[in-house]
Design a protein. Sequence first.
Length: 311
Amino acid sequence: MLQLKLAPRVLFDYYVASSAEEAVSYLSAHQGEARVVAGGTQLLPQIQQGELTAGYLVDVAQIAALRKLSMAPEGLVIGSAISLSRLVTHEKLASRCPLLPEAARSIGTPALQRLATVGGNVASGWGNSDVALALLALDAEAEITDYMGSQWVPIRSLYVGGGHSRVDATREVLSAVRFRPLARGQGSAIVRLEPAGRHGRADLVGVTIVELTPGPNGTAWPEVSWAAVALGLASEPPQRHGDIEQALLGAPWPVARGLLSDGVRDVLAAVDASHPANQRLDEAVVLLAACWERACQRASAAMSAASRGDA
Ligand SMILES: Cc1cc2nc3c(=O)[nH]c(=O)nc-3n(C[C@H](O)[C@H](O)[C@H](O)COP(=O)(O)OP(=O)(O)OC[C@H]3O[C@@H](n4cnc5c(N)ncnc54)[C@H](O)[C@@H]3O)c2cc1C
């Protein structure tokens, strides 16, 4: 066990776990006094600033089983301790699900991406966490391990708002996430409404995934056969907007862009008037329309490749 001096007045015991089960039994032995740490990019500043206290930290970032990326019958499984920089550079991921590398690349600096993990991005519970929002749009599930064992739960069930998640990091370890990679003919994109004059989390993150099918005749625009629209605001739980998704179905892609803009405008106009995403509403709507356009262009390219029979 290491002793970590994090601030002049706080001295932690720091335990490096070698399995999720070992981490959970350490947490259990310390009865709410210990907390999971992964990259520490969010937690350690919070502790230093006195926003959170933890007498003990259990490091899960070195657990080999949590640093694996594999293909299972249920989909792609990404260990929670995989760093954002590994998402950015992973070749298989770039071809199977480019949305995740794109989301990871937009977070902080390369130095931060080397430390920050997928599990930390999800468990921290912020609505505007880029990778977590992409996972929500992908209908991902999270594996939660506690002293009773492990279970898979939908990521969407983990959010409560205000930068909190249902993952109790004093008792549980988020071990992995899994999701179906993009199907042939689907395209995705992510956009960020960057905060004015400062670095850090975006005021709004938006993700669109679209599946197109050829229009009724050869010259018509392709139509939307499936769509996912997810919006993430700092203070709110990240959300999929099923009503917008439904409205887009069957619409030719440019018509759908207008419907999406209307839906996004309604959603953002309804959030607190002081929220930057509301105050910068026109900018946000244009950004989401661009996100939609990019996802459609990618879906169209994927549809053409599929019809040519490209691998
Ligand atoms: C300058 C700066 C800019 C940032 N910009 C962005 C941004 O643009 N977008 C963005 O999404 N994030 C941003 N972040 C936040 C943060 O870096 C990321 O969300 C990161 O992915 C958190 O991962 P981590 O491994 O460092 O988590 P940690 O800091 O280790 O942990 C975060 C929280 O999750 C819990 N936790 C971590 N792993 C697990 C696990 N496996 N099981 C259970 N609980 C766990 C911890 O107890 C803690 O409460 C930024 C941070 C900084 C400092």
